[in-house]
Design a protein around this ligand. Structure first.
Ligand SMILES: Nc1ncnc2c1ncn2[C@@H]1O[C@H](COP(=O)(O)OP(=O)(O)OP(=O)(O)O)[C@@H](O)[C@H]1O
Ligand SMILES: [Mg+2]
Length: 324
């Protein structure tokens, strides 16, 4: 199964300042702020939803096609993704702008000053999926992840027009989009991914009820944090799949993306939806135990071990059987 993952590709630059921002902000001088904080730590983390999902799929032995827009600074990141089984040939490299970047400084009281530079991401709207599909001899599923809003709308539209299956995963961009736009992301999706908050926001923005959303998608996959995941399909009883065993949840960042990677990999192995959710949960568990969305080590063995521990030996055996 050929999976193309569209969405953001970005890095997070996280700094920690040992002092307090408040000590340097002078109440009656706020019209002329020019501050510099001497920071001790700089952590650069690879991220962006499309890159995160692709990374997980690559670790699970698939060869997903990453689709998004970056800057000339992407070379190192591309090499990392390629080493983990990701095909980056569908990535557009901007001539003008840098790769999207989140820069955040946190002080000792956990106050944060952050900026997000979308940069090259705005050029994702110019990417066409059809030429890519032709070059690859077809695409079986396109993930439409959080991205430049116009790109998200275009990718969904292109999938509908060309009859390509797609999974809608608008996540954090929902907040920035209006009702008609959100409707166009959801309509006709084979899978709709969201957490509980995003599910509620989707209903609020579209004006569609729970059932009306469900009537427009093949299956709705709602992640519930530590409570696992729920899968709904019109006219069928809901499935609830408990979370996988986690030794210590260190950092939730990227768990949702790791879940999607596991779920989609299992889908490509021909497993049932409840098993796909288990594989998603087991993949997310790997991510939760480390800091950062692409820092986990995921192998066939580690996945099977987690499956057996969380869902029993039969579940693990079935996955082992289907994984190439
Ligand atoms: N505390 C936890 N224990 C076990 N599994 C968890 C826990 N938190 C999250 N998960 C796993 O990660 C999946 C996604 O989590 P969640 O529903 O919080 O997504 P999210 O809000 O989109 O997260 P994010 O956007 O921060 O990655 C869950 O379905 C579950 O499998
Ligand atoms: Mg999320």
């Amino acid at each position: 199964m050929r999976i193309a993952v569209t969405g953001s590709i970005a890095t997070d630059h996280l700094m920690t300042f040992e002092g307090r921002f408040a000590d340097q902000l002078i109440a009656d001088q706020l019209t002329q702020v020019s501050l510099s904080f001497l920071v001790d730590e700089l952590e650069v983390r690879r991220g962006g939803v499309a890159a995160n999902i692709s990374f997980g799929l690559g670790c699970l032995g698939l060869n997903p096609i990453l689709v998004g827009a970056v800057g000339a600074d992407f070379a190192d990141y591309a090499a990392w993704l390629e080493r983990h089984g990701v095909d980056t040939s569908g990535v557009h490299v901007s001539e003008m702008r840098h790769t999207a970047r989140f820069v955040c400084t946190t002080d000792r009281d956990h106050n944060q000053i952050a900026s997000f530079y979308a940069g090259a991401m705005a050029e994702a709207r110019n990417i066409e999926l059809w030429p890519l599909a032709q070059r690859l001899g077809g695409i079986d599923l396109v993930v439409v992840g959080a991205n430049d809003p116009e790109a998200m709308i275009r990718h969904s539209e292109e999938c509908r027009v060309r009859g390509i299956n797609f999974a809608a995963d608008p996540s954090q961009q929902l907040a920035r989009m209006e009702g008609p736009e959100v409707r166009s992301l959801v309509e006709g999706a084979q899978y709709l991914f969201a957490n509980e908050y995003e599910k509620a926001l989707t209903e609020q923005k579209t004006g569609w009820s729970d059932a009306e959303v469900l009537a427009r998608v093949g299956a709705r996959v709602t992640t519930l944090g530590a409570k696992g995941v729920r899968i709904d399909q019109a006219g069928e009883p809901s499935l609830h799949i408990p979370a996988a065993h986690v030794s210590e949840a260190v950092d939730p960042t990227g768990a949702g993306d790791a879940f999607r990677a596991g779920f989609l990999a299992a889908l490509s192995w021909g497993l049932d939806l409840d098993r796909c959710a288990q594989v998603g949960n087991a993949t997310a568990a790997h991510c939760l135990e480390v800091s950062g969305p692409q820092e986990y080590r995921l192998t066939k063995e580690s996945l099977l071990e987690r499956m057996a521990r969380s869902y029993g030996d039969d579940a693990a055996a079935e996955v082992a059987d289907r994984m190439s």
